[in-house]
Design a protein around this ligand. Structure first.
Ligand code: URA
Length: 245
């Protein structure tokens, strides 16, 4: 019982850290699991170096990314930001691209948005170290501008290979850039939420990995009123990661 109380108190603490009023945590408020199957387009031409990215192991992949000069971003980056976390994680969380702090430290989500992301992860009972965190782009776009399509295309095989190596139970896409690029759609985030999408690397995974979309923590910092919806998305993603459809 004392254990349960401590757990409840901890949970409340995490929700507070997310800035969420606790009364919203009602399972009936979780969106129903729709099954919108959105597959990445088949028109992508893998071009990361020599196309052999699909065969690389973790260390070689990381080295390949660190040495990447396929797009202009290598000229302005301090370093590449490969990804961080448990390489056998059930959860893969995908953001947009490194910001200034991530470029400096070489790790995704280490700035203010990262602190909120940590609180979001803890709110669903996990720790940052238990998930894997990566971005659509491995290099910082100057001035934090949106990634350009060519940059995304060059970088895509790296993330695809990370998905193949991790084989997560769920991918959580944070924000418009991650969601639209992973799902090859221009549908807005609000309309992508509350559905189970599928991310397929095309490498022998016919059904793909379940993918849930939520708001980007940087957006949530600017629009704290939307945190309630993000909390619902997280609960929904937990349900899907446990096998609900
Ligand atoms: N925003 C992102 O999308 N990714 C990061 O790594 C940091 C901020």
């Amino acid at each position: 019982m004392a254990n349960l109380d401590r757990k409840t108190a901890l949970h409340a603490q995490y929700l507070d850290a997310m800035g969420i009023q606790r009364w919203v945590a009602r399972s009936s408020a979780v969106p129903e699991a729709g099954v919108a199957v959105t597959k990445p387009g088949q028109d992508f031409v893998a071009d990361a170096a020599d196309g052999s990215v699909a065969l690389l192991d973790w260390d070689t992949l990381q080295a390949r990314v660190a040495a990447c000069t396929l797009c202009g971003l290598h000229q302005t980056r301090t370093q590449t930001v490969f990804g961080v976390g448990d390489r056998n994680a059930d959860w893969l969380i995908v953001g947009e691209a490194p910001g200034a702090e991530e470029d400096r430290q070489g790790e995704p989500f280490v700035g203010r948005a990262g602190q909120l992301l940590n609180a979001m992860i803890e709110a669903i009972g996990m720790k940052r170290e238990q998930v894997y965190i990566a971005n659509v782009l491995k290099c910082r776009p100057p001035g934090n501008r949106d990634p350009q399509p060519g940059e995304v295309a060059h970088c895509e095989p790296y993330l695809q290979r990370q998905v193949e190596l991790i084989r997560p139970k769920i991918i959580l896409a944070l924000g418009r850039i991650a969601a639209q690029n992973l799902l090859k759609t221009d549908t807005r985030v609000g309309a992508l939420r509350g559905k189970v999408h599928r991310y397929s690397t095309g490498a022998g995974d016919a059904t793909g990995v379940p993918l849930v979309v939520t708001y980007h923590p940087a957006y949530l910092l600017r629009s704290p009123g939307e945190k309630r919806k993000a909390w619902l998305d997280l609960q929904f993603a937990v349900k899907i990661s446990r096998g609900a459809t």
